[in-house]
Design a protein around this ligand. Structure first.
Ligand code: KG4
Ligand code: ZN
Length: 341
């Protein structure tokens, strides 16, 4: 089964064609990152307009790369939640209209389910159940993937997502948007012990965590130094920050693994590209004799290949959309986002 998927939940316009959920036939990503970098973050209306402008070209390129015509597709999918609503509406409506014109099924996909599915493209042996640490720009949580379309949240952030914290700290350190990759690079070789940063705990909720205290600590440290006319060792501060984030996430995943006894552990989302996180996860998996699945860097960030992969399993579970399908700015990973009536 060949599915074309469209992803437009934030600032990437993407189209991909995937066969049977696992084989990439094409994967096109048009990033608006340079446009938004000028503003220090994503400007929603600018993102929506950007999607509208390039979506046809991106889709045509995906068909061309797969050497296919649209008539040869078996279904069309799109990210329908969660994300920037204007941005989602562009991709979802484009894909729904395409499915309508071609008389093919339309498959709405949850963006975070897609991030998890990125791992199906890289690891053909990976099958649920498994435990996933989701760390993206908008979400951070521990998810038990019971089946391809069945999810249980075991814990998560009480405030900022991990990627959001990276982006805010990057802004304070003056390295611009998107912050994650820049902080990761800046932290290389930095002395993580030079600055003491808080490693948060949430009372009576051992699998939950918070990043706002950590973020505030970095902001205060930078401002105090500025007021005193001192120079900050940015590399050391970035290293201490990466260390604190990793030390918040990895032990909780370890605890969730002990509680569930699930041997396969997976990481998903943009922050899964972080080199500190990848290293710590590898060490933790080795120590506990677990099978660790880390998506290749090319599939960590937003892409449509992951959406098409998840779409295949949604289709098999009967989760197709009708003509009333809508897009939603928020939706929990365990919710079925198909409009029922
Ligand atoms: O999953 P994603 O592409 O988009 C959302 O669904 O939110 O995640 C984007 C986030 C951004 O906050 C970005 O700064 C972060 O992932 N990110 C990283 C790295 N690469 C991307 N954070 C830390 N280290 C990285 N290497
Ligand atoms: Zn994403």
């Amino acid at each position: 089964m060949k599915i074309l998927a469209i992803e437009s939940s934030c600032d990437e316009t993407a189209a991909a064609i995937i066969e049977d959920g696992r084989k990439i036939l094409s994967n096109v990503i048009d990033s608006q990152v340079e446009t938004h970098a000028k503003y220090g973050g994503v400007v929603p209306e600018v993102a929506s307009r950007g999607h509208m402008q390039v979506i046809v070209r991106v889709t045509e390129q995906a068909l061309k790369d797969a050497n296919m015509t649209s008539e040869e597709l078996d279904a069309i999918a799109a990210t329908c939640a969660p994300g920037l609503i204007g941005a989602l509406l562009v991709g979802a409506n484009f894909a729904k209209s395409m499915a309508y014109a071609l008389k093919k099924p339309f498959i709405p996909v949850h963006h975070i389910r897609g991030h998890i599915a990125a791992n199906y493209l890289a690891f053909e042996d990976l099958k649920p159940p498994f435990l996933t640490l989701v760390a993206s720009g908008g979400h951070s949580m521990m998810v038990l993937v019971k089946d391809y379309t069945e999810f249980e949240i075991l814990g998560g952030t009480r405030d900022d997502a991990a990627g959001e914290a990276f982006d805010k700290v990057a802004r304070v350190l003056g390295v611009g948007y998107p912050g994650g990759p820049k902080i990761d690079k800046m932290a290389q070789g930095g002395d993580a012990s030079k600055y003491k940063l808080p490693h948060s705990k949430v009372k009576d909720a051992p699998l939950d965590f918070s990043f706002s205290g950590l973020k505030t600590a970095v902001i205060n440290l930078a401002h105090n130094a500025e007021q005193k006319g001192e120079t900050i060792d940015k590399s050391a501060l970035a290293a201490a920050f990466c260390n604190a984030v990793v030390d918040t996430l990895v032990p909780r995943l370890e605890l969730a693994q002990k509680q569930t006894g699930v041997k396969n552990i997976v990481c998903a989302g943009g922050v899964a590209a972080n080199s500190w996180l990848r290293k710590e996860l590898e060490d933790m998996a080795k120590k506990n004799k677990l099978n660790l699945y880390l998506p290749p860097l090319s599939l960590c960030g937003d892409n449509a290949a992951m959406i098409a992969s998840q779409a295949y399993y949604e289709f098999k579970a009967g989760n197709t959309g009708n003509t009333l399908q809508n897009a939603f700015a928020t939706a929990e990973i365990y919710e079925n986002i198909c409009v029922k009536k």
